[in-house]
Design a protein around this ligand. Structure first.
Ligand SMILES: O=C(O)C1=C[C@@H](OP(=O)(O)O)[C@@H](O)[C@H](O)C1
Ligand SMILES: C=C(OP(=O)(O)O)C(=O)O
Length: 446
């Protein structure tokens, strides 16, 4: 876990001297925004994304699609068809699909969604598309996407490591068909193949053959969003075979979609209510969603809070007590850092299971959480598939983030309860939540 010397600035994490009582408007979902951008780019007519997330991961996605020829216009919507309040930020993206073409170069940064969702799009383009990214992106698994695309008819040059950098030699179309993949290291392999599949000549049948499959809600999000733009998809949830998805070839509709708030990015704010015995309202929390962050209502309730979901949003209230939890997080792995931070402050031990694949996320999250919480006096041990966390009295110190946005927000949660926590490179939250420091201090009224 190398530390980037350019990112050693220290941010004094605010300590909460009283219970928080705040309303926090959380920006749009990364996962929904980046799927919506891909689907709108593959559609046969223009579409709108309203309240898109503007963060490093989504701006990289938009830039990459533009590089391949798609028009993505920034608009301040004054359309009378937009319901009052729908466009609070006054911002939307109008997506104008066009013939996809190379040569082009895509910078994936360290965005799993960009590095996995776009090679299948590139296979549909006419011309070579080169993919490159952050050093960490070279270490993140991509073999499931590369091998599957080759099996479906694509020509790809890589260095045989099954990872970045690589060039997809698009030939203007892809045969498609049936493919077996092992997606145990990332659900994004499945999502990637499904998202572009309506444009493959034969569509696709994806058969996952690995031992386990993380992040099932994210695959359901892919299936739901495909269906919402007119794709025909068979999935295990709709009565199909387990671990098999089929997408029929066909044209996609351009939609007018308002992006839901990012519920995984709501996590630190809900955690603040839990840790301080306070209350936080997150407006626009969806009544029905495939976002994994919705599981926080149940997980943080078990850890000591209570919540009320109403038309206007979610009110989450802490009780003043924080309890440990024994929980399988395989479906909701991206919530692990925030849960670990709360667990370190609880009144009993926790066991977090089912998340060995987090070792291949933005950083090795199991190692990073163990090291950083223990450096503040904690008692965390790594298991084969998660963490054991025995709460101890913590002290201040530096909390390193390893270029991982969720490490930064985890450190901020601990800082609420522990004086003198300083977070290295809080700016790394720009990956999915550039406004995090302002939202955090705004919530605390400091
Ligand atoms: O499809 C998506 O939008 C995501 C899927 C998950 O990836 P993994 O299955 O690789 O964990 C999740 O952790 C990531 O933050 C977003
Ligand atoms: C794992 C994550 O991101 P990515 O989309 O880069 O995989 C995350 O946001 O927690």
């Amino acid at each position: 876990m190398p530390v980037n010397p350019a990112h050693t600035a220290l941010w004094p994490a605010p300590h909460a001297s009283e219970a928080v009582d705040a309303t926090v408007h959380v920006p749009g979902s990364k996962s929904v925004t980046n799927r919506a951008l891909v689907l709108a780019s593959l559609a046969s007519e223009p579409g709108w994304l309203r309240r898109p997330l503007r963060s490093r991961d989504t701006l990289l996605m938009a830039a990459a699609l533009r590089e391949m020829g798609v028009g993505i216009e920034e608009t301040v919507s004054s359309s009378s068809s937009v319901a009052a309040g729908q466009d609070r930020a006054g911002e939307a993206w109008r997506v104008l699909p066009a013939g996809l073409r190379g040569p082009a170069t895509v910078d994936v940064g360290n965005a799993g969604t960009v590095m996995r969702f776009l090679p299948p799009v590139a296979a549909l383009a006419d011309g070579p598309i080169r993919f490159d990214g952050d050093p960490r992106a070279y270490e993140r698994p991509l073999n499931g996407v590369i091998d599957a695309l080759r099996a479906l008819g694509a020509r790809i040059d890589d260095d045989d490591r099954g990872a970045l950098p690589l060039t997809v030699h698009g030939s203007g179309g892809l045969d498609g068909g049936t493919v077996e993949i092992d997606a145990s290291s990332s659900s994004q392999f499945v999502s990637a193949l499904l998202l572009s599949a309506p444009r493959f000549n034969q569509g696709v049948e994806v058969r996952h053959v690995g031992a386990s499959l993380p992040s099932a809600p994210h695959i359901r999000m892919t299936v739901d969003m495909l269906r919402a733009v007119g794709a025909q998809v068979d999935s295990p949830e709709s009565g199909g075979e387990p671990n098999v998805w089929r997408v029929t070839p066909g044209a996609l509709l351009g939609r007018d979609l308002t992006i839901e708030p990012d519920l995984s990015n709501a996590q630190p704010f809900l955690a603040a209510a839990l840790v301080t015995g306070g209350r936080v309202l997150i407006p626009d929390w969806p009544a029905h969603t495939t976002q994994p962050g919705d599981r926080l209502r149940e997980i943080f309730t078990e850890m000591g809070g209570s919540c009320e979901l109403a038309d206007y949003g979610l009110v989450f209230t802490g009780s003043g007590s924080i309890h440990g939890i024994d929980v399988d997080l395989a479906d909701v792995g991206e919530l692990t850092p925030g849960i670990a931070a709360v667990a370190a402050l609880a009144d009993s031990p926790s066991t977090l299971r089912g998340v060995s694949h987090l070792r291949l996320h933005e950083t090795d999250r199991l190692a990073a959480l163990t090291k950083e919480i223990n450096e503040l006096g904690g008692d965390v041990t790594e298991t084969a598939d998660g963490l054991h966390i025995r709460p101890r009295r913590l002290h201040g110190g530096i909390f390193r983030t390893y270029d991982d946005h969720r490490m930064a927000t985890a450190g901020a949660i601990i800082g609420l309860a522990v004086e003198g926590v300083r977070i290295e490179n809080v700016a790394t939250t720009a990956k999915t939540l550039p406004d995090f420091p302002e939202l955090w201090t705004g919530m605390l009224g400091v």
